[in-house]
Write a protein that binds this ligand. Sequence first.
Ligand code: PRP
Length: 225
Amino acid sequence: MEPLTVALPKGRLLAPAADLFQRLGWPCELGNGTRQLQITETRESDGASDGISHELRFLLVKPGDVPVYVEYGAADLGIAGQDTLWESGRDVYQPLELGFGRCRLVLAGTPAQRDRDFRLAAGLRVATKDPRQTRAYFQRNGLSVEVIPLSGSIELAPLVGLADLVVDVVETGRTLRENGLVELEEIATCQAVLIVNRVSHRLRLDEVRGLLARLNAELAGNAKT
Ligand code: PRP
């Protein structure tokens, strides 16, 4: 049978995701100086018969594409940030929070916006990489705004008059700070999660369960140290 395929996200989540699989015995060498986008790797056997295949195929894809690969079954499993997953709206099984990639989705603006109470302003424009969550947030709060979807450098938008506010993920807070912006409200907290294709979860249950059990044990062991 084909090895299970795991879609890994390029960018910030790649190193901790690769580290997790390395701790389970796979070299996980994608993104490590190579331009290869897929690689099949074999894990050293430790004699345990837990249903996990010793082979896994890893794919390296853009973070926002991980849920797409997994929903369509091009990958059986993937690692994605919850913010990316919510934004994708893709229908995948999410059995495991991974405890890394913690960040917060926040509404931010200039200090003047904070002092003025942005809720009172009309015709606000909000720049974001997360338009679905941004629209949902403002709808929940009964505010009508124009959402401007961008694909990066969100914090620039208020500085050049493109938008009044931004909705973006904050990890250390450094990007907001260095661009003179302040947090106005927290919208959600996020972390990396393992996602599984729903058909793979049914048809390859033993393998998926075996891998999940290993990942769980590794994460639990790591949490204790
Ligand atoms: C993300 C996010 C913020 C920044 C937050 O951008 O959109 O800009 O990281 O991180 P911090 O709180 O640690 O400063 P990313 O680095 O992914 O680049 P991008 O703007 O090109 O999307």
